[in-house]
Write a new protein. Structure first.
Length: 605
């Protein structure tokens, strides 16, 4: 549809400019622009109070910006970071914003909220993150109020390699609609590479909020100087030099656990115990070469790797820019358009969901191109359907106070065999086999407010961290030693063998001797005929452990979620039930209350 000069308020030149621009805009850009133009009318003379007064009829005052509540449910810190950014953006547009973790928000106040933004990740097998559990339960329960006056929008974070992609966000979105609330902007589901869709969602939300309040939100001034990004971040990683790379396991161990020490000198990066370090790794060169050979691709062919027109040689792109070791259902669906294989289309027909799930398990891009040849697409076509290389997050194993301008990590090497091939963890095997002192790693700090030492240094702490799960507790101990914290501390550590797998053994023993660590119980599962794990040691000490909880101790769990964290959680309920003389339901409520008070914190993966 062309804009005509004769029936519009525009001159010929303006009409031509608009006719060229409008067809290129996305729907969200059009929504944002309409809100921006509506808002501009009320702030066209923003520069001085006198000019503002001239715009208003005598005896009137400017309307007050509406309040916006931003609630986040975050396990690793991504949702929290996006929520805080949304808050700053909205405040810059004249809104009054409250940003809060779902765990700190009183659900009964929901009825008072008019504009609600929810930013939430999905954890495990479609579960809410720990900080969102109580709010999720309330909203989906019988006590949830009708919310006809509420306007809302949901930003969901997830990973398409999991079956229940963005499940928690979808549930919040559907439930708010059931309760009568009105969407400000459609829900957006984000994969691991969430920066662009999250920014587009926020633009759409701002535009919709501006429309809802009749254009009273102040847009950012067109001539306002933009802040220049000088700090290092997820989208602008710092190249950290490797200082040390050591194997913590003894000779003859079934495991290989690397202790990495990286330099942060000159980065300005800071962190607290409980935070994580993100690493952008490179794919195994051997796997990249096999893929190039299988597809008969030219390694030096230039391919586009981003929306900004950036190009790289194909081999370099496959090595450092894209994920080639994980398959997802969306990837299979896109690949089917490039394949001449009827088998792939058959696999993706409705009713074959379980077969798709089975195929995705443990396979990579090399399996895909071998199993469903011949292929009709070009190398560029394939590159275009791949996910960007996601960062790998590792719990930081050092205190910045104790080790200025350094960060330490504890990384278990992942090697296994499946579907007739040896498989390697992308980042862990890079660190184990190809990373040497002097090499550089692109890194950033992932802050995590859901896993933090108590503010009061006299508060007792209990730490449960088998294997590499012990990493953050090394940072806890270094921090408490540096600060002279006097609260009691108790570590439960477990691994396979005492002789070869007691990670950081001399450090723990020194902290015990010096009184920094009050008590330690260990479980080495392969040293006894009957396997013994950390939860067994907790049961053996159930009376004292419950006493610590009664004294206000904060309990931390770090490590594998599927088995260890699940077993430890159930063991805690058993201990509370037994030692507290409670029913099962009361014991579960006791633990849930601890979680609400931030006295039960988990960093699980």
């Amino acid at each position: 549809m062309q804009l005509q000069v004769m029936n519009s308020p525009f001159n010929q030149e303006q009409a031509e400019l608009l006719n060229r621009l409008l067809p290129t805009l996305t729907q969200s850009q059009k929504v944002w622009l309409s809100g921006y133009l509506a808002a501009t009318q009320s702030v066209s003379e923003l520069l001085t109070p006198e000019a503002q007064a001239e715009q208003l009829p005598a005896g009137t005052t400017q309307s007050v910006s509406k309040e916006v509540t931003v609630l986040y449910g975050s396990q690793t810190g991504n949702a929290q970071g996006l929520a805080e950014n949304a808050g700053k953006t909205l405040e810059g547009r004249g809104f009054q914003v409250t940003v809060s973790s779902m765990s700190d928000f009183k659900p009964n106040n929901l009825k008072k909220v008019q504009n609600l933004l929810i930013i939430v990740s999905t954890h495990g097998e479609g579960d809410p993150p720990d900080s969102a559990l109580t709010f999720h339960e309330f909203l989906h329960g019988r006590r949830a109020p009708k919310l006809e006056d509420l306007h809302f929008s949901v930003l969901a974070l997830g990973d398409t390699s999991y079956e229940f992609f963005c499940q928690t966000g979808k549930e919040f979105d559907a439930r708010l609609e059931e309760l009568g609330a009105t969407r400000l902007y459609p829900r957006v589901d984000c994969d691991l590479d969430y920066d662009e869709p999250a920014a587009e969602w926020l633009e759409g939300v701002v535009a919709s909020l501006s429309e809802v309040q009749g254009g009273n939100a102040a847009p950012a001034l067109a001539d306002a100087p933009k802040a220049v990004e000088t700090s290092y971040s997820r989208t602008n990683p710092f190249k950290a030099e490797v200082l040390e790379n050591l194997n913590l396991n003894g000779r003859g161990s079934n495991k290989e656990t690397r202790h990495l020490e990286l330099s942060l000198e000159g980065s300005g990066l800071t962190f607290e115990p409980g935070d994580s370090l993100g690493i952008y790794p490179e794919n195994d060169p051997g796997l990249v070469n096999l893929l190039l050979e299988q597809m008969d691709w030219n390694p030096e062919e230039m391919v586009a790797v981003g929306k900004q027109g950036e190009v790289r040689p194909l081999k370099e792109a496959l090595t450092s820019q894209f994920e080639i070791t994980v398959l997802t259902k969306p990837l299979l669906q896109k690949a089917a358009e490039l394949s001449a294989s009827d088998d792939l289309r058959e696999l993706l027909t409705p009713g074959n969901e379980e077969n798709v799930k089975s195929y995705l398990e443990g396979r990579d891009l090399l399996d895909l191109v071998r199993d469903f040849a011949p292929w009709t697409g070009s190398a560029q076509d394939f590159i275009s359907i791949l996910r960007k290389m996601p960062a790998r997050l590792y719990s930081i194993a050092s205190s910045l106070s104790a080790n200025p301008e350094e960060v330490h990590l504890t990384i278990g090497a992942v090697r296994y065999e499946t579907h007739g091939r040896e498989r390697n963890g992308v980042c862990s095997i890079l660190c184990a086999e190809r990373l040497n002192p002097g090499d550089m790693l692109p890194v950033y700090i992932q802050h995590n407010q859901n896993f933090k030492l108590p503010n009061n240094p006299e508060t007792p702490i209990i730490m449960v961290g088998p294997g590499t799960g012990v990493a953050p507790f090394r940072s806890f101990m270094q921090e408490r030693e540096e600060n002279g914290a006097e609260g009691k501390s108790w570590l439960f550590f477990g691994d396979q063998h005492f002789v070869t797998d007691f990670l950081y053994q001399t450090e723990w023993q020194k902290w015990l001797k010096d009184g920094v660590l009050t008590k330690m119980d260990v479980a080495f599962s392969r040293d006894t005929e009957e396997k013994v794990y950390v939860q067994h040691r907790m049961l053996e000490n159930s009376k004292e452990l419950f006493q610590w909880l009664q004294e206000g101790a904060v309990l931390y769990i770090c490590g594998d979620e599927k088995s260890m964290a699940h077993d430890v959680h159930n063991t805690l309920i058993d201990i509370i039930e037994k030692e507290g003389g409670m029913s099962r339901d009361s014991a579960e409520e006791y633990l849930a209350d601890m979680q609400q008070q931030k006295r039960y914190q988990r960093d699980v993966y």
